[in-house]
Design a protein around this ligand. Structure first.
Ligand SMILES: O=C(O)CCC(=O)C(=O)O
Length: 273
């Protein structure tokens, strides 16, 4: 963000329709979010802000990495939803680097511009980690869609501390689909008309409305892929809105389903190695 005075602040976004960066005002930021349900902000984090986060991610996942291919969340009861991620709740653990990230002034400013005052944030924080051969994340909405004016949604604030190439698992979304209601049935990675495929650079933050159809493509190389998601909610909506995840072949109640692996090997992933 480039700010001279609060009223003259401009924000750098990546305009995926024009495939270039653009400087826009706070009002335009909100207009784009209301229209597309997505705002992509490259260079939001500096190298020095990312360093401690990378260090903590490495420390947390190093002992788990060898198990990652056989202990993804997409095992057991969740297998048919085809999402391969190992999750971590760094704010719940009181991790200082992530607490500092969650308190970043610029993050709060943009969040307020998109959700208005009085928004809430998820107290746990979420990190999603996957290794080479993972199936990515199937098309989904993070919560059941309501009407166009519904405030019953989460705002994903997706933070990338490393470059993410297509082979690592690109993020794919359909701009404007937060106004379309439920995602239609179909294949987990089957393209949907209007989709945009994005390879976020380190330091990028993607603000993504939870009703927007989105997926992550499979990792086809051996590099681990990590995203941080500090979810926020409009005033009056709380984190329980994310209990039900909406997929093309059904819903998952994450509040009743144990999110971790059931200890059984994930054959599909093992076969892809
Ligand atoms: O990791 C990503 O890039 C996207 C994560 C995602 O789909 C989600 O948090 O719902």
């Amino acid at each position: 963000m480039h700010s001279h005075s609060p009223s003259a602040a401009t924000y750098t976004i990546f305009d995926y329709a024009d495939n270039r960066e653009a400087e826009i005002s706070k009002a335009e930021l909100r207009q784009r979010f209301d229209r597309d349900g997505v705002v992509v902000m490259p260079g939001f984090l500096t190298e020095s802000q990312m360093l401690p986060l990378r260090r903590e991610l490495d420390a947390h996942y190093a002992p788990l990495a060898s198990k990652a291919a056989t202990s993804h969340n997409g095992a057991g009861i969740l297998a048919r939803f085809e999402c391969d991620v190992m999750v971590w709740a760094p704010l719940k653990d009181g991790n200082a680097a992530f607490v500092a990230l969650s308190e970043m002034r610029e993050l709060a400013e943009v969040t307020e511009a998109l959700l208005d005052t009085g928004y809430a944030t998820n107290p746990n924080g979420l990190v999603m980690y996957s290794v080479g051969g993972g199936r990515g994340q199937a098309w989904h909405q993070d919560c059941p869609p309501g009407g166009p004016e519904s405030k019953e949604f989460n705002l994903n604030r997706l933070i990338y501390t490393d470059d993410v190439a297509l082979a690592d698992g690109a993020i794919v979304f359909v701009p404007g689909s937060h106004c379309f209601r439920r995602i239609p049935s179909g294949g987990h990675q089957e393209p949907i008309e209007g989709e945009i495929t994005l390879e976020p650079r380190a330091g990028t933050v993607i603000f993504l409305h939870g009703h927007v159809y989105h997926r992550v493509t499979p990792n086809s190389n051996m590099k681990p892929r990590t995203s941080i998601n500090l979810r926020a909610y409009p005033a009056g909506t709380d984190a329980a809105v994310n209990c039900i995840g909406v997929y093309r072949n059904g819903d998952v109640n994450f509040c009743e389903t144990f999110k971790q692996h059931d200890g059984k090997p994930v054959e599909l992933v093992a076969n892809m190695r």
